[in-house]
Design a protein. Structure first.
Length: 306
């Protein structure tokens, strides 16, 4: 999902920065520094060595540590959207990444075809209905067109949410989201912001746990402490599953915003409201092209007096 989800649009930047930036960065730095302070990698880590190292820190060193965390979080914050795109699998759709991406997409296509077959059984028996309902529910979390499949589950969930308004109303959500977001009521925008925060937080913690696992494996000597690195990697996998749930919720709320407030977008552009579904799709397709390509307006305006 591209411009559909601009980080921080209309949000409390201080709250967002502290949630999505400081906590994951602090977790990584604290883990690495704690392992080094405990004696790794030159010796077996010990609690006694950790306590001794912490007690030896002077106030100036604590200040430098705090500044280091803050600066690292500031530097990493602009990369948040790129991190989400990476977890969606975009690097695997171009360049050398396709060597891994193509088999993954082919695997998702086989799954898509199997689910599509299950939900379209002819003359189903009563015992087949639960299977059909389950297949339809799982297929709803994937793009409706198999050629739109992504290499990862997170990418497919977000792309399914991204494609649905275009299929239903002709509205390109990626192109129109900044303008649509601007006309959302405060309550709706707040719900979307909270869902986006949760998505960003889980994505960043997924990456943070993976980094902590990799660095711990490199720093800690091979011993029972190796299980700490394994635990971090398992935590990364579990957090990725949480990111998928957060993406489902975020996509659901974005689609709700489109369903309820898409005509507010036309009103904001002073365009006449459509008389029916066919006219609506044509109007939103034209508006989407205008926003996507920067084309000038061609339709007559409709100015509604207050």
């Amino acid at each position: 999902m591209n411009a559909m989800a601009p980080p921080g649009l209309g949000q409390d930047h201080g709250r967002r920065f502290s949630i999505t930036g400081t906590i994951p960065t602090l977790a990584v730095l604290f883990t690495v520094l704690a392992e080094l302070a405990a004696g790794a990698p030159s010796q077996m880590p010990s609690r006694k060595q950790l306590v001794s190292s912490l007690q030896s820190l002077v106030p100036g060193e604590w200040v430098l540590l705090f500044l280091g965390v803050t600066i690292a979080a500031l530097l990493l914050q602009p990369l948040q959207q790129q991190l989400v795109r990476w977890l969606e699998g975009y690097p695997l759709t171009r360049g050398v990444g396709v060597l891994l991406g193509r088999p993954l997409i082919a695997r998702w296509r086989r799954r898509w075809e199997r689910l599509n077959t299950l939900q379209q059984r002819v003359d189903p028996r009563p015992e087949d209905l639960p299977v059909m309902v389950e297949a339809a529910a799982r297929l709803a979390k994937l793009p409706r067109a198999p050629e739109r499949l992504m290499p990862t589950r997170l990418g497919n969930v977000l792309r399914a949410a991204e494609d649905r308004p275009a299929e239903t109303y002709g509205l390109d959500t990626v192109a129109a989201w900044p303008e649509l977001y601007a006309v959302l009521p405060e309550r709706t925008a707040s719900l979307v912001d909270d869902a986006r925060d949760q998505l960003d937080m889980t994505c960043r913690m997924t990456a943070a746990f993976a980094v902590m696992g990799g660095l711990s494996a490199a720093i800690l000597p091979f011993s029972r402490w190796t299980f700490l690195a394994v635990a971090f990697l398992l935590a990364s996998a579990l957090t990725y599953r949480s990111a998928i749930s957060a993406a489902e919720n975020y996509g659901r709320l974005v689609n709700t915003a489109v369903n309820l407030h898409r005509f507010d977008l036309l009103t904001a552009f002073h365009l006449p409201l459509p008389a029916g579904p066919d006219e609506e799709r044509a109007r939103f397709r034209a508006l989407s092209s205008r926003l996507r390509q920067g084309l000038p307006a061609t339709e007559p305006y409709e100015h509604v007096s207050a």
